[in-house]
Design a protein around this ligand. Structure first.
Ligand SMILES: Cc1cc2nc3c(=O)[nH]c(=O)nc-3n(C[C@H](O)[C@H](O)[C@H](O)COP(=O)(O)OP(=O)(O)OC[C@H]3O[C@@H](n4cnc5c(N)ncnc54)[C@H](O)[C@@H]3O)c2cc1C
Length: 377
């Protein structure tokens, strides 16, 4: 009797995290199949692409995860570019966080990692910055990647080149299991046909929608609206990360402006006048001259958030089902390290002490064992 070939490992969700893991596993020679409901709804196509562990003021283990990922991103990007033949738009441009006072600046959680700027130095870094900002922090190691126009497409192409199989327009509607063992998924295709897909292993990375597939996941959406303006090329060299609004200058002068943070919007789609006004006011408050620059695009999406605002990476309670979700507002930054950590788990590669500690910190069990949910502050 012929031995049945091992089924491909299923990636449930073809967003940024799913693609990053698919790419990493395919490089290890694994047979991978990505099931994706709607490519265009992925937050990977929405994000501003900041790589900002310091500018975001991350703390504790989350800062450690961000710093580790930031360090490995240049090598990660080179691999994606080599496998895809496409550029990812990585720019180590530095990020400036402006403050109203030196006291505010000096008490920022990541102040010790930044270069302190007084008003004159701030104006040198950000010509035209509004006069009320009188000090700042420059984080030279932080930067950006053009996720929306470049990285996502390059990742898709790299995966295809490495033999990853894609099924687009497929919704995972149910997990199939026997006792506590994962056995596959029930899917609905674009024509509404429902069928079972058998597999021994899968990774749940369905972003903000993850809870719909596995109820025990404490994931909820935080909507964000964005817009872009076209500035003169090279006018803004560094990212400005203001409170509530940031301006991210791409290589060609396009400036991505983000983002609203709407906790009560649920999955309500679309732009709102209030959200767009908030962004416009943010531009005026940070860089008044930019309020004259032409608007290019407006869009929105959903950040996958958890109660402690930290991702969930590692095992689930079902044998064979892995989790990589809840990356909230730093998923672009964390994509690389998430893919590496999870691939090591799946491939049973040896983990060093730091990796082991990170996986403990980001395991789903943290929400079960304490009974209460601690905020990462
Ligand atoms: C406005 C905004 C700005 C952001 N800015 C930044 C930033 O500057 N820097 C940063 O690091 N991060 C940023 N982020 C966060 C980052 O975009 C996310 O953390 C990251 O994209 C999450 O990736 P993901 O793969 O988990 O989810 P997604 O990229 O959202 O992908 C999830 C995919 O799963 C699919 N899916 C869902 N349910 C199903 C199902 N049942 N069956 C099949 N497929 C399914 C969806 O169609 C989707 O394609 C931002 C996010 C937003 C919204």
């Amino acid at each position: 009797m012929a031995v049945e070939a091992k089924k491909p490992l299923l990636i449930l969700g073809g967003g940024l995290i799913g693609l990053s893991i698919a790419h990493e596993l395919a490089q290890e020679g694994r047979k991978v199949e990505v099931l994706s409901r709607r490519r265009s709804e992925a937050a990977g196509f929405v994000a501003a692409g900041m790589l900002a562990p310091h500018a975001e003021g991350l703390k504790n283990t989350l800062l450690e995860l961000g710093q580790l990922s930031l360090k490995r991103i240049p090598t990660w990007v080179k691999k994606i570019e080599a496998n895809s033949g496409m550029n990812c738009g990585l720019r180590q441009c530095g990020i400036v966080v402006p403050f109203l006072s030196a006291t505010e600046r000096d008490t920022y959680p990541t102040a010790s990692f930044g270069e302190k700027l007084n008003r004159i130095q701030l104006e040198k870094e950000i010509p035209g910055i509004a006069p009320n900002w009188n000090s700042g922090l420059l984080f030279k190691e932080d930067g950006q990647i053009d996720n929306r126009r470049q990285l996502m497409r390059a990742l898709e192409k790299a995966c295809v080149e490495l033999g990853v199989h894609f099924q687009e327009g497929i919704e995972v509607i149910k997990l199939l299991k026997n006792n506590q063992e994962f056995q596959g998924v029930q899917i609905k295709n674009a024509e509404g046909i429902i069928q079972d897909l058998i597999s021994q292993e899968a990774i749940l990375c369905s972003g903000a929608w993850s809870k719909k597939i596995l109820q025990e996941l404490p994931i909820f959406p935080i909507k964000g609206q964005m817009l872009s303006i076209q500035g003169p090329k090279d006018t803004l060299k560094r990212i400005i990360f203001g409170p509530g609004t940031y301006l991210v200058p791409r290589e060609d002068g396009l400036i991505v402006v983000g983002a609203t943070s709407e906790k009560n919007a649920g999955f309500t789609e679309g732009l709102t006048p209030f959200g767009q006004k908030e962004l416009q006011q943010g531009i005026n408050n940070l860089l008044p001259s930019a309020s004259q620059w032409p608007h290019m695009e407006r869009w929105w999406g959903f950040r996958p958030c958890t109660p402690d605002e930290m991702p969930i990476i590692g095992k689930s309670s079902l044998k064979g089902l892995w989790l990589a979700t809840g990356h909230y507002r730093n998923g672009v930054l964390f994509a690389s390290i998430t893919a590496e950590l999870l691939t090591k788990c799946i491939q049973r590669s040896s983990l060093n002490e730091t990796e082991h500690q990170l996986l403990l910190a980001f395991n789903l069990n943290r929400f079960k064992s304490t009974g209460s949910i601690l905020k990462n502050s």
